[in-house]
Ligand binder design. Structure first.
Ligand code: ATP
Length: 268
């Protein structure tokens, strides 16, 4: 597709999103974002919007720039362009302050403290919020209620957990920061289909409880299935965007990302 077509689709998606929430403000606005590693631009002019209460997915192949995009939004990488969270520009705001404002990233590598227990990993997740002991204990109980398997393993070292349990702990730890926007980098990576389903069900439940989600996934089928809007990122640029159902029905998306079929059994 031409750059002009991509821009038209992107703008249409953005306009649709703006009006979808009965005039409520955007929770996240990314406009003309550029991120470079030295001389090489990994993200090139990306624009994306997310309304409160939405799951927005970014799909694309290996190396498209998905992780780079999230890292820039989190403030882990310098970027050029516009990043606005809940009406406030994020420029000059460090990672900790972004967490305090309600922005949290669950990184692709999960980045747990392997030598610490499940419980201690959760405690560390609340650092930016500085809750009192009793309040923190309530938050931890809420995580255990959501992830009973973590409750069973609360004293176990994080390094001994299975892949699915590690992802649950990474999600639980992120929830301890009381995010308003949770950015998930490939939450399905390396997990068995049944565990992927379980994680996606939890992501949907979080959205229903009011946590907005920016979901980066190579598993396009799963991502489009649970998201409201989607963006396709290829070599650092958005090439297609729109409501997820429309994207899932787009022949180009089907051919490249959904195995060429219209398989609806959702066997992710
Ligand atoms: P994956 O699904 O494999 O994580 P991705 O879509 O998240 O892919 P990125 O990891 O953001 O893609 O990478 C985007 C581009 O930037 C790739 O060409 C990658 O090789 C390059 N890149 C990523 N990290 C670095 C780095 N630290 N230094 C230099 N180049 C990098």
């Amino acid at each position: 597709m031409s750059g002009a077509q991509a821009t038209a689709i992107r703008d249409a998606a953005a306009t649709g999103s703006r009006s979808a929430g009965n005039g409520s403000p955007l929770l996240l606005e990314i406009a003309d974002l550029h991120v470079a590693y030295g001389q090489v631009e990994a993200v090139r002019g990306v624009s994306l919007v997310l309304m409160p209460g939405q799951i927005v997915s970014v799909i694309g192949p290996n190396g498209a720039g998905k992780t780079t995009l999230l890292a820039a939004a989190m403030g882990l990488l310098p970027s050029r362009g516009r990043l606005v969270f809940d009406g406030e520009p994020l420029a000059g705001i460090d990672v900790e302050a972004r967490v305090e404002r309600g922005l949290t990233l669950v990184p692709e590598q999960r980045e747990l403290f392997g030598a610490l227990s499940v419980a201690d990993n959760l405690v560390l997740g609340a650092t930016a919020r500085r809750p009192g002991r009793a309040e923190r204990a309530r938050w931890i109980d809420a995580v255990y209620a959501r992830f009973p398997r973590l409750a069973d393993r609360r004293a176990q070292m994080a390094s001994t957990l299975s892949g699915g349990e590690r992802q649950m702990l990474a999600l639980g730890r992120a929830l301890m920061s009381k995010p308003r926007l949770l950015m998930l980098d490939e939450p399905s990576l390396g997990l068995a289909p049944l565990v992927v389903r379980e994680i996606l069900t939890i992501v949907r439940a979080l959205r229903d409880e009011g946590v907005a989600i920016l979901l980066v996934e190579q598993n396009a089928r799963a991502a489009l299935e649970i998201s409201d809007h989607g963006y396709v990122l290829e070599t650092g640029e958005i090439v297609l965007a729109g409501p997820s159902a429309a994207l899932a029905g787009d022949p180009r998306v089907q051919a490249t990302y959904l195995g060429g079929g219209t398989d609806e059994d959702g066997d992710a």
